[in-house]
Write a protein that binds this ligand. Structure first.
Ligand code: HEC
Length: 385
């Protein structure tokens, strides 16, 4: 739908913004987390102050204090830290449209799973984000939220179910990004719908000199904690876009679940450490788990000899882009530097070729018009069948 060149530049520009505001959001969130964990009773007791932190940065000294409740006099300027979250969500949603809904359809739609039109794709994508938020929000309002262990278990199971459902109808890569968008939407909506409104109520009550109702604050603190645990998984999912060995694998949803779990555990380790309850097993466990996943997903096929029929398909359908001198209009150099100028170069990448051609991601947007039979031939060869 979008012209490829325009799409490329929109993609670049908006992605740039998305990464920058995302860093600002996660950065402030990490910083406040760190701050809360490092506050110590103030050296000179001050009324209303329950903790202070001294730090040095860029050659300047800083002393940050935390108030127990509101300060006696509200300052004229109070910073809320909300635009980082909103801007991350808005730019992320724009990217979803630019890359997945309006970009080359082959990136998201795999006709062997579901032959979706652009409209159906966008409708499923957006509707599922809304459904995900309402389900999560409902869980947070149910009694389950008082049992953090069970809440985490049910929430994780639902997220895995979402990744699995997406993988049934979309290409692996789109299934991953939709899962990431779902989690990102929950995080941003937590800020917009719960955390900021609760802070507003608290500030308003304190400005009136009343004792604020503690319930909205408790709810906001819980949502903040959920966001805290979701940061590492969501960053992995966004980065996974560039790792076909994750989204392209047959068990892509299970791999997403496993790596996300590692992310949650690492976050847990940081939280425990911040509370002075260090745990010596979690971090080495996470490293071992990542190494194990690398082994489990390693391709089993040995080097394969490229047969003539396979080679002629690849020459016709892949080499126009993947060559040191591409002939495909709009491609001035080999994408990601991957060339199939020789049979050996193809053979060396058989495993990733099996994933990418099998999932319909390559040929890119099927611009070279690969037929179903040709695809089956290449995939069977690449899988070593
Ligand atoms: C129209 C151009 C085009 C054609 C034709 C094409 N590709 Fe690609 N290929 C791309 C682009 C663009 C990327 C980078 C995709 C991305 O990750 O954004 C890519 C990436 C790849 C990668 C690397 C993936 C990674 O991220 O490491 C492999 C492997 C690959 N293609 C294999 C193939 C095979 C096999 C064929 C033929 C069946 C093929 N491509 C046909 C454009 C093309």
């Amino acid at each position: 739908m979008l012209d490829l060149h325009l799409q490329e530049w929109l993609n670049l520009g908006v992605r740039w913004i998305h990464v920058i505001v995302g860093i600002a959001w996660i950065g402030t969130s990490f910083y406040f987390n760190w701050l809360n964990n490092h506050l110590r009773p103030p050296g000179n007791p001050e009324s209303g102050v329950d903790g202070e932190v001294w730090s040095v940065h860029g050659g300047e000294f800083y002393r940050v204090v935390r108030y127990e409740g509101a300060p006696q006099r509200m300052p004229s300027k109070l910073h809320w830290f909300k635009w980082e979250a909103y801007a991350t969500w808005i730019s992320g949603l724009s990217l979803l449209f630019i890359v997945y809904y309006l970009g080359p359809l082959g990136l998201s739609v795999d006709p062997t799973k579901a032959d979706l039109s652009r409209w159906a794709l966008a409708a499923i994508g957006i509707a599922s984000l809304a459904v995900g938020w309402f389900l999560y929000d409902g869980l947070c309002r149910s009694g389950l939220v008082d049992h953090p262990g069970w809440f985490a278990f049910v929430g994780f199971a639902l997220a895995v179910a979402a990744a699995w459902s997406y993988s049934l109808v979309l290409t692996g890569r789109a299934a991953y990004i939709q899962t990431g968008a779902l989690i990102g939407t929950i995080m941003a909506a937590n800020v917009f719908r719960v955390i900021i409104p609760s802070q507003r109520l608290t500030v308003a009550a304190m400005t009136r000199g009343e004792v604020p109702d503690p319930r909205p604050g408790r709810d906001a603190a819980r949502r903040s904690l959920h966001n805290n645990y979701l940061t590492l998984p969501v960053v992995f999912i966004m980065v996974s876009n560039h790792f076909p060995s994750t989204f392209g694998s047959e068990w892509n949803w299970a791999l997403l679940a496993a790596i996300s779990l590692v992310g949650v555990l690492v976050r847990h380790w940081f939280n425990l450490r911040g509370q002075g309850r260090g745990n010596m097993w979690i971090l080495p466990g996470a490293v071992v788990a990542m190494i194990a996943l690398a082994f489990v997903t390693a391709p089993r096929t040995a080097t394969l000899e490229v047969t003539d029929p396979v080679w002629s398909v690849v020459e016709a359908r892949c080499v126009p882009c993947h060559s040191s001198k591409p002939t495909q209009p709009g491609f001035s150099s080999a994408p990601k530097g991957i060339t199939f100028d020789t049979r050996d170069q193809l053979s060396a990448r058989a495993a990733v070729v099996a994933d990418l051609v099998g999932s319909g991601f390559m040929p890119f947007a099927n611009l070279t018009g690969m037929t179903g039979e040709e695809r089956a031939l290449v995939v069977a060869w690449a899988r070593g069948d």
